[in-house]
Design a protein around this ligand. Structure first.
Ligand SMILES: C[S@@+](CC[C@H](N)C(=O)[O-])C[C@H]1O[C@@H](n2cnc3c(N)ncnc32)[C@H](O)[C@@H]1O
Ligand SMILES: [Zn+2]
Length: 321
């Protein structure tokens, strides 16, 4: 069998070299329906990207060098171990993730979707997997800089329409103008320069397509963020310390929420596991910007996004006309 026909055929049609946008060829050991171990090679500049467990790694060095990539790798790995939430992600069920996706894009029956969807910063993979399962005619590319994708490899193997890519969304190895929908929830505020990420995600959207992103609002009080500020630069502390602290502070935070009813993010009280997970999530990333509606409008202006509307606090739907 020709190896090129195998890294989930469709993927090679949709990705390019993240350095020069050249075409990629695959080389490696094929097993079943995809390349297990091997590499992608750029036909123009010769850059090579390893494929591990069926997942191409465009920025493997980030897993060593980037505080953000390492922080989220730890976070998702700890979650996987069951030391925080067991089922929900940030207190949301899989169904709630899907419902929010449909709400953002005005989708009525997601099972009938035939779109090319890029989800940037898929984290737990909850949304991408649910969509890929329910809507077999969609093609979903799930991007993330962390190693969280590794734990999703087995599931992805069973879903021919789900493609996982380890990469930096600021330089995504995805062909421009390919996506009907690009979704990035809780991701752009973790970039040093969010507007750079916005520009690269926007470039993936095809004519008539849409981009949705959600970022932390600066105009609402958030107890988790306040804690982060009080602690200074907790992202520099060892993961173990952040983990122990998250669980030590969770009961205090929970009581604060129960008494004050200023819940942060949600409209009702979250359980202790979610609170601990959220504390860890807020202490770990290097960058965590909070943004006003005016700033979001400014980002859109600089990115040449002419048509956008703000939904809730603080989601933004952008239309490419
Ligand atoms: C707070 S999590 C949100 C996960 C998911 N979207 C959700 O709502 O549950 C942010 C995710 O964005 C990823 N991320 C952060 N910076 C990134 C970058 N430059 N490129 C790709 N992914 C990135 C992190 O690794 C992490 O998994
Ligand atoms: Zn190249």
């Amino acid at each position: 069998v020709d190896v090129v026909d195998i890294v989930k055929v469709r993927l090679l049609e949709m990705i390019v070299c993240s350095k020069c946008a050249g075409e990629l060829s695959a080389a490696g050991e094929a097993s079943g329906a995809e390349i297990e171990e091997g590499k992608l090679v750029c036909r123009s500049c010769g850059s090579e990207y390893p494929i591990v467990g069926g997942i191409p790694f465009f920025n493997p060095e980030a897993l060593e060098e980037s505080i953000t990539a390492r922080a989220f790798s730890d976070q998702w790995q700890l979650r996987q171990k069951g030391v925080f939430e067991r089922q929900d992600v940030f207190g949301f069920t899989e169904a709630e993730y899907v419902t929010h996706f449909c709400y953002a894009f005005g989708v009525k029956d997601y099972c009938q979707l035939r779109d090319v969807i890029v989800e940037a910063g898929i984290g737990s993979g909850c949304l991408a997997i649910a969509l890929a399962r329910a809507a077999p005619e969609t093609t979903i590319m799930g991007l993330d800089i962390s190693s969280s994708l590794r734990s999703l490899a087995t599931v992805a193997r069973q879903l021919p329409n789900l493609h996982l890519i380890q990469c930096d969304l600021v330089r995504p190895p995805v062909k421009k103008g390919i996506a009907d929908k690009v979704y990035a929830s809780g991701v752009l505020h973790h970039l040093e320069k969010p507007v750079d990420g916005l520009a690269s995600l926007w470039s993936l959207v095809k004519k008539g397509g849409q981009l949705y992103f959600w970022v932390y609002p600066s105009y609402q009080f958030c107890a988790y963020d306040r804690l982060r500020r009080i602690l200074g630069a907790p992202f520099r502390w060892p993961g173990r310390i952040r983990y122990v602290l998250a669980w030590m502070l969770a009961p205090i935070m929970w009581i604060y929420f129960a008494v004050s009813r200023r819940y942060s993010y949600k409209k009702s009280l979250e359980n202790m596991r979610t609170v601990a997970f959220r504390i860890f999530d807020n202490l770990s990333p290097e960058f965590q910007h909070r943004v006003s509606k005016e700033e979001v409008a400014g980002w859109c202006g600089r990115t040449d996004i002419r048509s956008f509307r703000i939904i809730e606090d603080l989601g933004v739907v952008c239309d490419r006309q």
